[in-house]
Design a protein around this ligand. Structure first.
Ligand code: HEM
Length: 265
């Protein structure tokens, strides 16, 4: 099973905190994968495709009569499953060390899947019209653009045999691909802590969504850049930050699992 990749010069306290966050995220991503399979795979056997729309949280999903849109949506979900599992496997230092050929082939699959999921996702948003509003459509478009840029830069670095650069771009690509997962987990953490615990009004979820639809892509990337650059006291501060994040992520995952994913598992 995957262990979490760590910055080479990280202090032990920071390594522990990142490991804790990483393992919580692995559990959360596996639950998301379980949801994707449990909700979207059975109609492939039963033919009851309307279940995609009734059971899930998508905007359009299956629309009777919209053959192209339905196929694009189905492909998007298949690619989402490949990316969620493939991303976790790809980050495993153990797999990289013991089975480098698997790492290389899984990496190629991840790159192709990330490019197709981003382009197909853009088609769903801008051609099919599966969008809540312009702001969230712009946010997911930024996410797609960053995924495309990062996977291309990760491949280019590997081709140059710049392995440190490859690792950095691959981590950025992984976090950008995980943007849709951060969006769900962050929304649920806000619902449970912000609204449930702190008593913020329910309507504040909309304002948080407007900010977090961008933040779910940008905040993890910002934290990664800080982690790459931090030294000394900044690493200690970051390690406290990662413990706090671990707790918030665990709450968000628990909420998403209980309210969005578990009903389908
Ligand atoms: C690359 C990682 C991505 C993953 C893992 C992923 C995953 C998913 C999943 C699981 C759904 C179904 C909704 C649900 O049941 O919660 C979905 C729907 C959707 N995704 Fe993605 N997605 C990714 C990237 C993107 C990108 C980059 C875009 C747009 C540029 C996009 C656009 C959409 C749209 C528009 C829908 C809703 C379709 C509808 O409501 O009919 N996705 N995605």
């Amino acid at each position: 099973m995957a262990t979490v990749p760590l910055p080479a010069a990280a202090a032990p306290s920071l390594r522990r905190a990142i490991m804790a966050w990483g393992w919580i995220a692995v559990v959360g991503q596996l639950l998301f994968l379980g949801y994707i399979i449990a909700l979207y795979a059975p109609p492939l056997v039963t033919g009851d495709f309307i279940r995609w729309s009734r059971g899930g949280h998508a905007i359009d999903a299956y629309v009777p009569g919209d053959r192209t849109g339905n196929i694009q949506f189905g492909l998007h979900i298949l690619l989402a499953a490949i990316l969620t599992l493939g991303g976790l496997l790809q980050l495993s230092p153990r797999l990289r060390a013991r089975l480098p050929a698997v790492h290389r082939w899984n990496g190629r699959l991840f790159v192709v899947a990330a490019i197709l999921a981003s382009l197909g996702g853009l088609w769903l948003v801008w051609v099919r019209g599966s969008r809540l509003n312009m702001a969230s459509a712009t946010a997911i478009t930024l996410n797609a653009a960053l995924i495309l840029a990062f996977v291309i830069l990760a491949v280019a670095a590997a081709r140059r045999r710049d392995f440190a650069g490859h690792r950095r771009w691959a981590l950025r690509a992984f976090l950008a691909v995980s943007g849709v997962w951060f969006l769900r987990v962050g929304m649920m953490a806000f619902a449970l802590i912000g609204i449930g615990l702190l008593g913020l009004p329910k309507q504040s979820a909309q304002a948080f969504f407007a900010v977090w639809s961008f933040g779910s892509t940008l905040v993890p990337l910002l934290l990664l850049e800080l982690t790459f650059r931090a030294t000394g006291g900044a690493q200690r501060a970051l390690s406290y930050g990662f413990w706090l994040l671990s707790a918030l992520t665990a709450v968000g995952i628990a909420g998403a699992a209980a309210l969005m994913w578990w009903p389908h598992l």
